[in-house]
Design a protein around this ligand. Structure first.
Ligand code: NI
Length: 166
């Protein structure tokens, strides 16, 4: 089911989400399906449960290894650690901060440990754009929106020309 995406100003986006403690439940499968449906409907790159008003540590994003198959990575209770110290700055946007972009520094290469929807452990590494999206979605689980990662906060996000003139 396509769910409403919360927008900046909604206090639910600023809360720390709780870990999932029961796997393979009807509710958890439905939540993940709603995340898939909502992400697809908005043509987004990633979506975290708090963005649809569910305070659980669940996120989805386009799988770089299965992009052609239009598959998403699903991570429950993820933990991220950087691999190496290389970082890069690139523009990000967020379905919860519509119409704006901002430059954010992220690790280039990260390892994630998590669980799938059935409770099986997952361990994967991501680089580049996928690593950036993962770090952005992970931040949503801690109530952090990308403008908070920018040097000057929300005021310095911008509307790119290409979008402004569309
Ligand atoms: Ni976002």
């Amino acid at each position: 089911m396509i769910r409403k995406v919360l927008r900046t100003g909604d206090p639910r986006l600023l809360r720390t989400a709780a870990p999932v403690d029961q796997f393979d439940t009807v509710q958890l499968h439905k939540l993940v399906q709603d995340l898939h449906d909502t992400l697809r409907a908005h043509k987004g790159l990633g979506l975290a449960a708090p963005q649809i008003g569910v305070g659980l540590r669940v996120l989805v994003f386009r799988d770089p290894d299965a992009a052609a198959a239009n598959r998403n990575v699903v991570l429950v209770n993820p933990t991220i650690c950087p691999v190496g110290e290389t970082t890069s700055v690139a523009a990000e946007s967020c379905l919860s901060v519509p119409g704006r972009w901002g430059d954010v520094r992220r690790y280039e290469h990260v390892r994630v440990t998590a669980f799938d929807v059935t409770g099986q452990p997952v361990e994967r590494e991501f680089q580049g754009m996928a690593a950036r999206i993962l770090q952005h979605e992970y931040d949503h689980l801690d109530g952090v929106l990308y403008p908070q990662r920018m040097a000057n906060g929300l005021g310095s996000s911008y509307v790119p020309q290409a979008v402004a003139h569309r």
